[in-house]
Design a protein around this ligand. Sequence first.
Ligand code: NDP
Length: 281
Amino acid sequence: MSANILDGKAIAAELRAEIKQEVAQLVNQGKTQPGLAVILVGENPASQVYVRNKKNACKEVGFNDVAYDLPASTSQVELLSLIDELNQRVDVHGILVQLPLPDHISAETVIERINPLKDVDGFHPYNVGRLATRMTNLAPCTPHGVMTMLAKTGIPLRGLNAVVVGASNIVGIPMALELLNVRATVTVCHSATKDLAQKVSEADLVVVGVGIPNMVKGEWIKPGAIVIDVGINRLDDGKLCGDVEFDVAKEKASWITPVPGGVGPMTIATLLQNTLQVAKS
Ligand code: NDP
């Protein structure tokens, strides 16, 4: 039996429509229009696409987007002073610095400079700490977007065996914390994990964010499992694919996300939700 498709594109469109309505209400009431500052340093082609998508989403919902496309030669001092300025601006509710940054700039230093209350990516240690201590403020967008999608399945996550493949600061670790917070039993796998196939085959829910095309084989999936593929990989022919062998996995899973059109649009919708939350607070 083929899996149900978790259509992130459609769910994200619903979320954007709700956000657009809320923004219109805020503006009608004479309240502040939510503002998101999006900073891109350099000309990484994938980053340029992500930033363009984020700016378009801002326009669609009626946010004021304040865009900074800075040359790769921008110094760390210059970037930090721009962040200081944006931290002070009352019309800017969210600050997003697109990663990766050029090698001469420390992403950690930059992230820590953003006012945690405007850290709509949810990457600041303050916000990760809040998530880890069950006092979530601004949750990292990709894992939180996954939680929104999972809610759409109607399947209770409490007590499920969840396996997260990938342990990065922006995907795997906050994903594990989100799942732990709803009382799934969470296993986190990474590059040193032994017998990944065995771990995945025991999962009722598997979330994969590694960045290797088709690395999780369809035959590893437990029958009836929920499969969330965060990976976005561009193949030599220009097509996008995920980290999960979709065609085989979909014959075993109960629910599965496609790539593209799965987690990606949810990440951006969650970024908008976070920015709206700050603007309303
Ligand atoms: P990173 O490179 O930062 O992290 C990759 C993780 O995968 C690491 O934890 C690494 O382990 C682990 N890993 C590497 N090889 C293996 C292996 N053989 N077995 C198990 N684990 C392994 O990547 P990101 O987290 O930034 O991104 C992961 C993927 O998700 C990429 O394809 C990216 O494009 C995509 N992505 C998609 C988003 C979306 O909105 N859909 C948003 C963000 C990312 P270790 O920690 O030991 O090094």
